[in-house]
Design a protein around this ligand. Sequence first.
Ligand SMILES: Cc1cc2nc3c(=O)[nH]c(=O)nc-3n(C[C@H](O)[C@H](O)[C@H](O)COP(=O)(O)O)c2cc1C
Length: 137
Amino acid sequence: MTAIIYWSGTGNTEMMAKAIEFGLIEAGEEVVLHSVGEVSDDIVEKYDKFAFGCPSMGDEILEEDEFEPFFISIESQLEGKKVALFGSYDWGDGEWMRDWSERTKAAGAQLLDGGLIQNLEPDEEECKAYGSKLANF
Ligand SMILES: Cc1cc2nc3c(=O)[nH]c(=O)nc-3n(C[C@H](O)[C@H](O)[C@H](O)COP(=O)(O)O)c2cc1C
């Protein structure tokens, strides 16, 4: 069972979340999908595998009002968990994802690749493929 938890302002990261969900389901995995506002920090106890999604915001950082506080609250519980990270960006070079990946590995999680980044509107096939890969991770 995999939990997908994401924040999205204009819908691109949400599209990624749904395509990743599709890829997971197609590969036979059970999935729950929530926007970050719908969950509390005890969600991490309930699953072993996660896909966290957040676009590049501010200046190459995670969204500050909801996603960053959520991630801070769960970070210490990620030891040993299997984690995929994803998000949309625009003009940057993916620095936010490199930083987020390092942070996730430093928390002791097993990270799938270096995360998945997509420029603005995502390529749904690439997202589905990342979902299938997560199902078999
Ligand atoms: C306030 C704000 C800050 C942003 N900062 C960055 C940034 O630092 N680097 C970048 O590549 N894109 C940045 N973007 C672009 C978003 O990452 C991009 O529009 C993305 O597709 C938004 O994803 P969403 O539709 O899931 O909200 C920023 C967008 C906004 C609204």
